[in-house]
Design a binder for this molecule. Structure first.
Ligand code: KG4
Ligand code: ZN
Length: 333
């Protein structure tokens, strides 16, 4: 089965065709990073308008590369969660194509897409696994027991990990998206240079909290100003280390407690170099716990992951009709 996936939930306009939920025949992503940079974050109205401009060429390219409309068996589209105006662009295009081509349509949860992105990698995970979804809007731990079977184990009480990176970077005068900027600077920094509070919630075992960390960074900047050179690299490395430590501490605790044999990293923050390395390092100290870190391209927003989730939803018999609508607050599990 060849499924066309369409993704417009945030600031990437993406389309991809995936065969049998495993092989991407095409994978097109048009990013809006430059558009939002001068505002320091995603501006919803600008995002919607850019999706309107980009969605048709992006879908056309993905479909043409995969062999044209006749090669497409079904259509999957992100219908939530995300920015409502942005989601609506993809949903309307998907509905129109399903009608014009007479193909089945299914709405996909963006977070399920992230969780299943690893199936496009070289080592597809077997079930059950623990999924750590870390993006600009979400920081959640899921027990994935099968396609469509996800249990939410814990999530953030306040900012998402990606927001912690992006807001932290803003305080340091670094360009959007902040996670990428901090990741790059941190490479030459000393993660033990500046002490940050642990970004965990006491008592609530599998919950995260990043707002205290951000406040600590603000105080640091208020006290000493934004550092330069090596001191800036050190500050970035220390801040990044606090985020990564909190994520991995909870993820490994959850994996052990629920006896889940593998941990899959997912979402834009899983592109972070330190998180990727630290997850592997920590896994080496555990017996019987495999860590799967998909290639960076599969971690950040893309439509191939939406096609994967759509393929399995269609296999379970799910279908959307013309009433399919954007659901900006759609919860997974
Ligand atoms: O999954 P994603 O592409 O979009 C959402 O669904 O939100 O995640 C975007 C988030 C942003 O907060 C961005 O700063 C963060 O992922 N990010 C990173 C890195 N690359 C992207 N955070 C840390 N290190 C990176 N290398
Ligand atoms: Zn995402």
């Amino acid at each position: 089965m060849r499924v066309l996936g369409i993704e417009t939930s945030c600031d990437e306009t993406a389309a991809a065709v995936v065969e049998d939920g495993r092989r991407a025949l095409s994978d097109v992503v048009a990013t809006q990073i430059e558009l939002h940079r001068r505002w320091g974050g995603v501006v919803p109205e600008l995002a919607s308008r850019a999706h309107v401009v980009q969605v048709i060429p992006v879908v056309e390219e993905a479909v043409a590369t995969a062999g044209g409309p006749a090669a497409i068996d079904a259509i999957a589209v992100t219908s939530g969660p995300g920015l409502v105006g942005a989601l609506l662009v993809g949903v309307q295009v998907a509905k129109a194509l399903a009608l014009a081509w007479d193909r089945p349509l299914v709405g996909v949860n963006h977070l399920e897409g992230h969780l299943l992105a690893a199936f496009l990698g070289e080592r597809p995970p077997a079930f059950p696994f623990l999924g750590l979804v870390v993006s600009g809007g979400h920081t959640s731990l899921y027990a994935a027991r099968g396609f469509g079977e996800y249990e939410l184990l814990g999530q953030t009480r306040d900012d998402a990990a990606g927001e912690a990176f992006d807001k932290g970077a803003k305080l340091l005068g670094l360009p959007y998206p902040g996670g990428v900027a901090i990741d790059r600077l941190a490479r030459t920094g000393d993660p033990r240079a500046v002490r940050f509070p642990k970004a965990v919630v006491k008592g609530a075992d599998l919950a995260f909290s990043f707002s205290g960390l951000k406040t600590a960074l603000r105080h640091e900047v208020q006290r000493r100003g934004v550092p330069e050179g090596q001191a800036l690299a050190d500050l970035c490395a220390s801040y990044q280390e606090a985020i990564v430590e909190a994520l991995l501490q909870k993820a490994f605790r959850a994996a052990r407690r629920l006896q889940l044999p593998r941990l899959v990293l997912a979402g834009g923050v899983a592109a972070n170099g330190r998180l990727r390395a630290a997850a592997q390092e920590r896994a080496a100290t555990y017996e019987d716990l495999e860590v799967i870190v998909p290639p960076v391209r599969l971690c950040t927003d893309n439509a191939a992951m939406i096609a994967v989730a759509g393929t399995h939803a269609l296999e379970r018999g799910l279908r959307a009709g013309r009433e399919l609508d954007a659901d900006p607050a759609w919860r997974l599990a």
